[in-house]
Design a protein. Structure first.
Length: 141
């Protein structure tokens, strides 16, 4: 989710100064930060489009030291993706244990690099944004 469907920086920007200072360099542990985040440009629309052509799931990692993260992520999905993502949220620290043809992720951590399908490395020169990802995947439909 973070950095792909969700603009993580927007959550940091909305933290008050006290929380921003207290959680510097570990913002993902700040309570309720995931409830403050905006969608990545084109993310919800791309998710909906892909859901019409692929069996799409969301793989995300909830920080172990943030007790609100999982609930905040679920609420975000319900608000921004609605019925398209109904019961399609998987929380894991080991994305490679899931099977699929494609994984869209902005990092190689948490098993993304070991995923057995194709890792579409989001926000790289080949896939800088959702328009590039959609073009690539829709050409395969």
């Amino acid at each position: 989710m973070d950095g792909v469907l969700v603009d993580f920086q927007s959550g940091i920007d909305r933290l008050n100064e006290e929380l921003r200072e207290a959680y510097r360099d570990r913002y993902d542990e700040a309570p309720e930060i995931f409830s403050l985040m905006e969608p990545m440009p084109g993310g919800p629309e791309a998710f909906k489009t892909l859901s019409e052509h692929f069996d799409v799931y969301i793989l995300t990692t909830a920080p172990w030291k943030n007790p609100t993260a999982l609930n905040d992520k679920l609420a975000w999905v319900k608000i921004h993706l609605g019925d398209y993502a109904h019961k399609r949220l998987i929380t894991t620290h080991h994305k490679n244990l899931n099977r699929g043809d494609f994984l869209i992720d902005d990092r190689t951590a948490n098993g993304a690099a070991e995923f057995t399908g194709q890792h579409i490395h989001f926000r790289t020169p080949e896939f800088p944004d959702w328009a590039a990802v959609l073009k690539y995947l829709m050409d395969r439909v």
